[in-house]
Design a protein around this ligand. Structure first.
Ligand code: PLP
Length: 390
């Protein structure tokens, strides 16, 4: 894997720059569908080898390349392939690295739409899927078989912030000739670099913290050159391509990623500690809390707890909705990773399309609430949750 000489904060603002002859300081945005060739021979050469220059923005564009190269530097990956959304990053990864009949092992604790993608789409194309508990290593070991190609996790998971030991799972994958994919959406490379721990592929929903201000949809797949060549080839033919405008937004977003993740984590920890003391709260899920079952693993594997926490309110959906409706500042929206705090009821939004059995398997109960803690003043966030104190 590529090792950078410069440090994270430097790479976040300096890596990947493509400067034009205009010598602009802030990176230019290349809003163009195609590129002009000097002559027919150059056109033919470029089509044969898109690495030699720009061709068409479905698969070559300098704004997208700047985002890809910067994110690859931050994750310590050989190559990044940007996609139109986080979901298309997962789709591109499985479509390009698996064939009919291949087996994959998937954590039960993943984003609801990812479960939909596996159960309703990829399974129809002959993918053999086994779900296991994210935290139970024995289940992973038992599930892996000869035809297993990929293992897929979110750590911390959405929304319950469960963790897996990345190093241990990566070793299991290596021992069985398959690859571990980590959706690194919750931590981002500012807090966790799974490739350093042995993971083979990283998935991002850039829509979340990489943007950081809730503006654009996008995604990315990162890993070794050999695997990313396959993903790139899928992108070129199938076209779930990132827009150059969105790439530019993410590229600038990466510049402030570290300081934002530190601010999100600081607020989230303080809110989690406060929530633990409220009498209407049954249980708080946050990896930065000592009460989190994997607190020690989180300390070993992540720099900080991240910005997302969940909690179970005493009661059921009625009480959860009452709390959500009582807030005045927090945004009732399904996104996360925004500088503005967002509040969500997973059972009826992000995980609503799952069956009751699927929700039970993922432990998404009706009294669960997720807050993606923003960077507002923490006292104002607590004041907005005053319902919990009465
Ligand atoms: C952990 C995780 N992965 C992937 C996605 C999908 O990303 P997108 O909405 O950009 O398609 C989400 C979206 O919420 C997510 O939370």
């Amino acid at each position: 894997m590529k090792k950078n000489k410069t440090k994270f904060s430097t790479d976040a603002v300096r890596s990947g720059v493509i400067r034009t002859q205009e010598q602009e300081h802030s990176e230019a945005m290349f809003l163009t569908s195609s590129f002009v060739f000097k002559n027919a021979k150059e056109a033919a050469n470029r089509f044969a080898n898109p690495d030699s220059g720009n061709v068409y923005s479905r698969f070559t564009n300098p704004s997208i390349k700047m985002f890809e190269d910067r994110l690859a530097a931050l994750e310590g990956a050989e190559r990044c392939v940007a996609t139109a959304s986080g979901m298309s990053a997962i789709l591109a990864c499985f479509m390009s690295l698996c064939s009919q009949g291949d087996h994959v092992v998937v954590s039960k604790s993943i984003f609801g739409t990812s479960i939909q993608l596996f159960n309703n789409i990829l399974s129809r194309w002959g993918l053999d899927i086994t779900y296991v508990d994210l935290t139970d290593f024995a289940q992973w070991k038992k599930a892996v078989k000869k035809t297993t190609k990929l293992m897929f996790v979110e750590t911390p998971s959405n929304p319950l912030t469960e963790l897996c030991d990345i190093k241990k799972l990566a070793n299991l994958a290596d021992a069985n000739g398959c690859k571990l994919i980590v959706d690194n959406c919750f931590c981002t490379p500012a807090l966790q670099t799974p490739i350093e721990l042995g993971a083979h592929i990283i998935i991002h929903s850039a829509t979340k913290y990489l943007d950081g201000q809730g503006r654009c949809l996008g995604g990315a797949v990162l890993g070794r050159e050999k695997d990313m060549k396959e993903v790139f080839s899928f992108l070129r033919s199938a076209g779930p391509t990132l827009s150059p405008f969105n790439a530019w937004v993410f590229y600038k977003g990466l510049e402030t990623l570290k300081i934002r993740m530190e601010a999100h984590s600081k607020n989230a920890l303080e809110l989690a500690l406060w929530l633990e003391k409220q009498k209407k709260v049954e249980r708080v899920y946050y990896p930065g809390l000592k009460s989190h079952p994997q607190y020690l693993l989180a300390r070993k594997q992540q720099l900080l707890g991240g910005g997302v926490l969940s909690f179970a309110i005493k009661g059921s959906k009625k009480e959860a909705w009452k709390l959500i409706d009582s807030t005045k500042m927090l945004s009732i929206t399904a996104n996360l990773g925004d500088v503005k705090s967002t509040i969500t009821h997973p059972a009826t939004t992000t995980h609503a399309r799952l069956s009751q059995a699927e929700r039970d398997a993922a432990n998404i109960q009706d009294n669960l609430i997720r807050i993606a803690v923003g960077i507002e003043d923490i006292e104002d966030i607590k004041s907005d949750l005053i319902f919990l104190t009465k």
